[in-house]
Write a protein that binds this ligand. Sequence first.
Ligand code: GTP
Ligand code: MG
Length: 205
Amino acid sequence: MRIKNAELLITAGRLDQYPKEGPLEIAFAGRSNVGKSSLINTIVNRKMLARTSAEPGKTQTINFYGINNNEFTFVDLPGYGYARVSRQARSKWAEMIETYFKNRESLVEVILLLDIRHEPGEHDKMMYDWIKDCGFNGIIIATKADKIARGKVQKHISMIQKRLDVEDRNFIVPFSSLKKDNIDGVLEVVETILDINSDYKPDLE
Ligand code: GTP
Ligand code: MG
């Protein structure tokens, strides 16, 4: 799989702003600051396509990116779980994500990003279970792999697998945006998702 181009289609806060249904869509979910926007930039090889920040809470809308002249779509979701967030902002987040998950016919997979260093928290567990309940496969990308020694990667993958009850450890893919490590592994996952859904035609509105 090769990514030739990528463009921002729209940053959407509401259902009526989503792009037209059609191209298969893969969304990236996870805690704020885990590296969702960075991962999109890294795998499409565009430094500043998705906005990133050292401060959590950068992405606040559902951002749709058309890949390879709209052959398929990547979706950058706002993160959860950072402090200093009002109850109101939290319920807005939940409503936005729920509306997206429930209504988006073209959405074929939600990939959960986790920081490889840490045991998944309560919110990560909830998100993972929700993703599985929605019928997705529960694929995980373990980000910031540059922050641990190479020799510890497998141990950390086991920790994530155990905590979230992941059936197959091959569903957990280590990755580093900083070192551009394992872009191929992520692209392979993307290709597999597109392949297994290639016969699926979303209900066009
Ligand atoms: P929200 O938009 O707040 O939900 O966060 P996000 O998940 O989109 O995170 P973002 O991509 O903005 O990255 C957050 C911070 O982590 C930035 O300072 C990035 O430079 C850093 N970061 C992202 N990926 C990596 C990585 O692989 N390794 C290291 N060391 N830092 C990373
Ligand atoms: Mg972001």
